[in-house]
Design a protein around this ligand. Structure first.
Ligand code: AR6
Length: 171
């Protein structure tokens, strides 16, 4: 399903043929479970080697590496907030993840990018508010920035897919 430059896809982000895929990483950038584990698995050991040289990433920021064995040329790693009930600045930090990823993408001339649903797995951010933030932030940047041509939200399960789809259709 797509609305202008934004689309929603159900499946595995590691298979996306886009310029960059986003990784929902942790502060160490040294891999983990969920989408992070899947990306490292598909990219191969070269990704971990490159990540080791980055010295981690603060929450809300983004770092870029090559895609190694992935179809995507780049991986943009961001660290979402851990959900602590919602009064700990989680919403603003999650918004920063999307903004910083698109800022890094813009600086590298990336035109097509795929996002997973950051923070809504192991980090426990509820999907409804998280998807609203994801769509709001991306839309607002695309309105001001002509360089990014396509953003795909890659949803790994039906609930996540339904949430994003509803939001995209209502925009
Ligand atoms: N493609 C797309 N989405 C996926 C994939 C995949 N292959 N695999 C899982 N997801 P999570 P977080 C979805 O837990 O909440 C890691 O251990 C998943 O269903 O991957 O930001 C890191 O190292 C969910 O909807 O990321 C951190 O320690 C979404 O991706 C921590 O987890 C995010 O779930 C980060 O937690």
């Amino acid at each position: 399903m797509s609305s202008d430059k934004i689309s929603v896809f159900k499946g595995d982000i590691t298979l996306q043929k886009v310029d960059a895929i986003v990784n929902a990483a942790n502060n160490s950038l040294l891999g983990g479970g969920g989408v992070d584990g899947a990306i490292h698995q598909a990219a191969g050991p070269g990704l971990l080697e490159e990540c080791r040289r980055m010295n981690g990433c603060p929450t809300g920021e983004a770092r870029i590496t090559g895609g190694h064995n992935l179809p995507a040329r780049w991986v943009i790693h961001t660290v979402g907030p851990v959900w602590h009930g919602g009064n700990d600045g989680e919403a603003e930090t999650l918004a920063m993840c999307y903004r910083n990823c698109l800022e890094v993408a813009h600086r590298h001339g990336i035109k097509t990018i795929a996002f997973p649903s950051i923070s809504t797995g192991a980090y426990g951010f509820p999907i409804e508010p998280a998807s609203r933030i994801a769509v709001r932030e991306v839309k607002s940047i695309l309105e001001r920035n002509e360089s990014i041509e396509k953003v795909v939200y890659v949803c790994f399960n039906q609930t996540t897919y339904d949430c994003y789809l509803k939001l995209i259709m209502n925009y």
